[in-house]
Design a protein around this ligand. Structure first.
Ligand code: ADP
Ligand code: MG
Length: 297
């Protein structure tokens, strides 16, 4: 790969790489989800991109799914469109979805592609719409009174076809995927990026699904940063649903469960704003953040 060897060596020198672990990761599919919250600072974004370049140079196979929370917020503010979150999902009318698509499948997605090109990585920016990759049905939110609430153009995934991603991977392209997808009704739907990533990870039978946000992991007590839970089994996480898991963490954890139930070997919720977080998870003995494993591991 035609990337600057010195830059790769210099990043790797920042971590205590474990050669056996690193070797065992060769050829593994790593589904990385970067949330809008981890993309606020352009330097953080660049650093995540650098780490993905390093992973690719070491023979790992990254696939990137991105959200766009703050960029979406910025555009919606500019055009004076307001939206609210219900159960961690953004309520989305027809005007809102068109702006969300502009950001997620347009500016943000292509900006990633541009950044990878700097490292001579041929990234391909696509969305769930492309090649009919992801199909959705309208999502309803069951509120506390057990009444179904219409969230507009928010989709739940009903079908996935991974052929396009596999075609890209076979040809050494790096897929960069926006979660905007087509509904079974032919309309454009926004899918929560975590849910989208978990489903794709499962459908690809990825070896790792890593959700990078701006929090250090799953906390037992949201007000106590020292309450990060480092390692959990799928069943333990299920029992936490409805209590400590709130807001954006609801779809994030849902997505982890979907990935694990579909055969992903390990799931991590980690802080993308921490230096070398991805490299630490994949190449060292450290396990920053929260790792969730299937019940039999
Ligand atoms: P992203 O943009 O990365 O997907 P979200 O805002 O959707 O981020 O989800 C992460 C947020 O979930 C955190 O910033 C935090 O406020 C919230 N959250 C709710 N419950 C928890 C919990 N138990 N542990 C950690 N974060 C939690
Ligand atoms: Mg989120």
């Amino acid at each position: 790969m035609n990337t600057d060897h010195n830059f790769i060596q210099s990043l790797l020198s920042e971590i205590e790489i474990d050669q056996d672990i690193s070797d065992s990761r060769n050829g593994k599919i790593i589904l990385i989800k970067v949330g809008g919250n981890a993309l606020v600072d352009p330097q953080v974004k660049d650093h995540i991109i650098e780490q993905i370049v390093v992973l690719k140079s070491l023979g790992l196979i990254p696939v990137l799914v991105h959200g766009g929370g703050l960029d979406i917020e910025k555009l919606l503010n500019e055009v004076r469109v307001t939206s609210e979150f219900v159960g961690g999902h953004r309520k989305t009318d027809s005007r809102t979805i068109s702006y969300i698509e502009m950001v997620l499948s347009g500016s943000l997605n292509k900006d990633f592609v541009k950044s990878f090109q700097k490292y001579h990585i041929d990234a391909v920016g696509i969305s769930g719409k492309d090649a009919g990759m992801v199909k959705t049905i309208k999502r309803f939110h069951l509120n506390k009174a057990n009444i179904k609430e219409d969230l507009g153009f928010v989709g739940d995934i009903s079908a996935i076809d991974t052929r396009l991603i596999k075609l890209l991977l076979t040809n050494n392209f790096l897929p960069v995927i926006s979660p905007i997808s087509l509904g079974e009704d032919g309309e454009t739907y926004n899918v929560n990026a975590d849910m989208f990533a978990g489903h794709i990870a499962g459908a690809l039978k990825a070896d790792f699904y890593i959700a990078l946000s701006n929090i250090n992991g799953l906390m037992r007590d949201l007000n106590n940063p020292n309450s990060i839970m480092p390692k959990l089994k799928l069943s333990e996480v299920e029992s936490l649903m409805g209590s400590v898991i709130q807001g954006g963490m609801i779809p994030k954890i849902d997505s982890c469960l979907i990935a694990l139930k579909n055969g992903v070997s390990a799931v991590h919720i980690a802080n993308g704003t921490n230096r070398c977080e991805l490299l630490r998870i994949l190449l060292t003995k450290e396990i920053p953040g929260t790792m969730i494993l299937p019940n039999d591991k």
